[in-house]
Design a protein. Structure first.
Length: 244
């Protein structure tokens, strides 16, 4: 008789009361960037299987697709699934005039949040990250609008993605930042110099993405030879993150 699978432990994220599964499920590759979009029924089943196994911290963004990844999660979370998960999504990268744009102005922040709520089919987002920092808008202004969304009950916790230590401090002074998402692996360790210590000092949770080097640590150096032309790793074996 096979033994029951070990439960995924839960951990505190940040200092504002959020608690999540220690392992999260990044959903980006289901809809974008890592080859062609995967069959929707298969991905819905995968998400629900992960949740049943205890992986209940789900990560998406409005730019994945764009929009289609959030819509996928919305379908997967129908019924009683929503109450079983901690849902994280992101804003800040829009696609217009055939190019990606970084935006953090208040009107955009609010519109992006409303759009994500609708696509996800939820009343509140558990963790809302600024995906990239808009250098043309003071971080205090962007966080100020996010603070209003918290007060209105549309988001619970605020996060940043790929932000510098100084930006994290400025943002945290306006409203507590619950988590910072960043690339952290054996080939991306520069974050250990200033960003990780800053987060630990301020009691901010750390959410690493691509801990296995975008698949290269698990698939080996020849992985790139097997990638489809629709996989962004085909052109960039490693894309350095830019922190603002």
């Amino acid at each position: 008789m096979a033994s029951a699978p070990a439960a995924v432990p839960r951990v505190k994220l940040g200092s504002q009361g959020m608690e999540v599964s220690a392992q999260g499920l990044g959903c980006m590759g289901m809809s974008a960037f890592y080859g062609a979009p995967k069959p929707e029924p298969d991905m819905v089943a995968l998400i629900r299987h992960a949740v049943a196994a205890g992986v209940t911290f789900l990560d998406t963004s409005d730019m994945y697709g764009p929009h289609t990844n959030e819509m996928l999660l919305g379908k997967a979370l129908q019924g009683d699934m929503r109450e079983k998960v901690d849902l994280a999504t992101k804003f800040g990268i829009s696609f217009a005039d055939n190019k990606w744009n970084i935006r953090g102005d208040p009107a955009y922040v609010r519109a992006a949040c409303e759009g994500s709520l609708k696509r996800l089919g939820v009343d509140c987002i558990d963790l809302y990250y600024q995906h990239r920092i808009d250098k043309n808008v003071p971080i205090e202004v962007t966080i100020g609008e996010l603070k209003k969304l918290v007060e209105e009950g549309k988001i619970k916790y605020i996060g940043l993605s790929e932000a510098s230590a100084s930006t994290i401090r400025r943002a945290h002074a306006v409203h507590p930042i619950t988590a910072v998402q960043l690339e952290w692996s054996l080939w991306s360790r520069d974050v250990e110099e200033d960003i990780i210590p800053t987060c630990r000092e301020l009691g901010i949770g750390i959410v690493p993405y691509s801990p296995l080097g975008r698949g290269f640590f698990s698939g080996g150096a020849k992985l790139i030879d097997s990638l489809s032309d629709q996989d962004y790793r085909k052109a960039y074996a490693q894309i350095p993150a830019r922190k603002s």
